[in-house]
Write a protein that binds this ligand. Sequence first.
Ligand code: EPZ
Length: 416
Amino acid sequence: MDKLVIEGGVPLTGGIDISGSKNAALPILFSCILLSESCTINNVPNLRDIHTTIRLLNMLGCSCFYEEHCVHVQPGALVPEAPYDLVRTMRASVLCLGPLLSRLGKARVALPGGCAIGARPVDQHLKGLELMGASFQLEGGYILGHCRRLKGTHVSFDMPTVGGTENLLMAASLAEGETVLENAAREPEIVDLANFLCACGANITGHGTSVIRIQGVTSLHHAQYAVMPDRIEAGTFIVAAGITGGELLLRNCPFHELEAVVRKLRSMGMEISATPVGVLARCTGPMRATDVRTQPFPGFPTDMQAQIMALMCLAEGASVVEESIFENRFMHVLELMRMGAQIKVSGHTAMVRGVRQLTGAPVMASDLRASASLVLAGLAARGVTDVRRIYHLDRGYEQIEHKLTAVGARIRRVQE
Ligand code: EPZ
């Protein structure tokens, strides 16, 4: 297993190119199961989860390969089975369920287990697909689903679920009649998926709002599409500028999609502005404490909670973080405390009291965004920080040590 060795204390300065969005690319790739013609997806980040998805798509009969940030897809005779040993490594594999039912009328998908941040149930996915005419059995850890042709209907989610909205959006694209998704998630990645499906001939309106209407069509055709840039990677690097007291220009950086994050970081004292060549983020002095409650889009994203907490550890005053989406997304807290952070957790709330300095230490990554938080803390800490188990990080950040080295960070990947 690899680790990152970081010698902190260097203000980062320079430019970083933001990669394509992992959480937009994954559902877009799974939606290729719906296509009856080839397609090319551009601006796909070179990440472990992307290659896991490509492996799974090839097993499902949707042959594709990755080349220079592009995925070339050639649909073929589909196979309805997503095996456990792939699904357990990537929960997003459950996104093949809707497309397989829609194209084949059957699917055998391993039930994704929980993960470090929570139970991650898929009851809303199944409820919605059942309303469209599918029936499911759970057998040996697998979801066995089958249906005749899925039929459009009204689906109202109990909570705005990103994956549930994506699964139903894909299934409804080829269903008979109109499907209305209410209390749908509004994340930009869902808008990107819907835009891709519309480029392939789907009939979708309302994406980005909590009511999405889909008129089923009989088939989807060829498209060439570029995935949106990754707003969470961008948000992570904006925090990197703030926590190291530097100045970064983020090229190809989403801005509108980061509104809630930008608002919070500005309230802490960061200067963040959109320029014609990218988003400029800089620290203008000591950070001030703030309070954050994670919420579905357009609220503050849970995927940025661990990162802003690292910044709060060095802010003047006490900050309060409430994690309202996942039940166990404070795995970074104990590791930050090993670096001298002062944090008290009570249930879903963490109280962070800023300290003058963090000190480098060996720490353990536990999930994707917790890993990012530890890297950020290491960039600011006095001394050396070893971040272990960075395979978590490689799932969502493309070449992070190269991007950070290019702006002055003293960071290197070491084989353990
Ligand atoms: C997506 O996960 C993202 N993953 C997550 O990003 C992100 O944290 C999450 O949305 C929230 O924004 C991808 O897009 C691949 P949800 P997803 O369904 O779809 C509950 C990262 O770091 N729920 O919106 O699994 C669930 O327990 C990852 O990039 C049900 O109860 O999230 C959670 O409390 C981590 N039943 C809440 O809804 C269901 O059937 C939100 O989950 C589905 C969800």
